[in-house]
Design a protein around this ligand. Structure first.
Ligand SMILES: C[S@@+](CC[C@H](N)C(=O)[O-])C[C@H]1O[C@@H](n2cnc3c(N)ncnc32)[C@H](O)[C@@H]1O
Length: 378
């Protein structure tokens, strides 16, 4: 059922009104309203979707020499390779459910739930996809990904986090709903950490950045470094950062290395997303925006605010030789560090025999006790 409060909230927060938002219904600019933006996009694309052909269900760019739209699902799948067999997994911004359909066929025990704010996408995934492609087990919620329900072993998001008006708050919400040892995988466009220095001073690039934010509703556009900092504040550690745009040669293959001229926004007569996509192309070809896969691991509880000044120390295993504590050493037991304990516990539990019945230690104490620890340095 729709979480109306969350949707209203999202509609209001997406961005400040655009001068062209005054145009009435049927408008091609949606006033920062992500829900209507995707409702309208689906209306124009619906006839191309085939429930039996997963590759037609993507609402994201193609990748690679074969123009694959399912490559993203493989990337997410391998990023989440260490999940328990019956993992609970959330698709944050699921579109019409293509990724869940693909993953469910490879991981039949996963419990997948997708969130979208588009009533059209939700209705399509519920009615058409689920009725025509049995046996689908995933569920789709018409609900903001800022308000997950229940706890998850993993959350992934393909080209959807960029719409978050407050990426820090979104990551906090995801972290609160992740199990210890849980993971987040995000595929999206990011500002380059080190863009070509002179490019940023070009007026055309400044215009393209503004157009990407307003046209694509890329209100959450940030660099991987900014995301990593927001993630750390939410108790999530960046463990993988891949420039998949470079790996799949997006500039050469998708864009033939050509950056078009940005059209005049006031004369744009089509869905605003297509205007944003021209800006995205310019920014990608010029090296200002990069397509990346980021993986975050939950390192512990979200730190509580404190009136004392708190600092963060990095925990590490030491050999214990001499007064200095010796030197740093690798993992001493995967049960307790490397974040593998929960996986080992799940595997043992799934194959528990009579001779292991005495082993009843609670699952929560395994995983990674070498978490970043808050200490008082004030
Ligand atoms: C570009 S589409 C990507 C869809 C899908 N991940 C895919 O790759 O096919 C972006 C999706 O993000 C969803 N979205 C944007 N903001 C959202 C939010 N706050 N909560 C839930 N979904 C959101 C939209 O409804 C849409 O389904």
């Amino acid at each position: 059922m729709a979480d109306e409060a969350a949707l209203r909230n999202l509609r209001g927060r997406a961005r400040a009104p655009h001068p062209r938002d005054a145009v009435g219904s049927g408008s091609i600019w949606f006033g920062g309203n992500v829900s209507r933006y995707y409702d309208s996009l689906l209306a124009g694309e619906k006839r191309k979707l085939r429930p039996q052909q997963i590759e037609t269900l993507a609402v994201h760019r193609w990748l690679g020499a074969r123009r694959s739209t399912t490559e993203h699902y493989k990337l997410v799948h391998s990023a989440l390779a260490r999940l328990p067999r019956a993992a609970r997994v959330m698709d944050a911004g699921c579109g019409v459910g293509g990724a869940m359909l693909w993953l469910e066929q490879r991981e039949p025990a996963w419990q997948l739930v997708g969130h979208t704010v588009s009533e059209e996408q939700h209705g399509w995934a519920e009615r058409v996809c689920k009725q025509k492609v049995p046996p689908c087990r995933f569920t789709v919620q018409l609900r903001s990904y800022d308000a997950p329900m229940g706890s998850f072993n993993a959350i992934y998001s393909i080209e959807a986090l960029i719409h978050s008006p407050d990426v820090g708050a979104t990551l906090q919400a995801w972290s609160r709903h992740l199990e210890p040892g849980g993971a987040v995988a995000v595929i999206d466009d990011f500002l380059a950490d080190h863009p070509p220095p002179t490019v940023l001073r070009e007026p055309e690039i400044a215009r393209a950045l503004a157009a990407f934010r307003s046209g694509w509703l890329a209100v959450g556009l940030c660099s991987p470094a900014r995301l990593a900092a927001a993630a750390a504040a939410a108790g999530l550690r960046l463990v993988e950062n891949r420039n998949i745009g470079e790996e799949y040669q997006v500039v050469a293959r998708n864009y033939r290395s050509l950056a078009p001229k940005l059209p005049n926004e006031s004369e744009w007569k089509s869905h605003q997303g297509w205007f944003g996509s021209i800006a995205r192309r310019i920014l990608t070809v010029r090296g200002v925006v990069e397509y990346r896969l980021l993986v975050l691991a939950k390192v512990g509880a979200v730190p509580l605010p404190s009136r004392r000044r708190l600092g963060q120390i990095e925990s590490r295993h030491m050999s214990g030789v001499g007064r200095s504590g010796g030197s740093r050493m690798a993992c001493i037991s995967p049960w307790y560090c490397c974040g593998q304990g929960v996986k080992l516990w799940d595997e043992m539990n799934a194959t528990r025999t009579d001779s292991l019945s005495f082993l009843r230690l609670p699952r929560a104490i395994f995983g990674n006790y070498m978490e970043n620890t808050m200490i008082d340095d004030g």
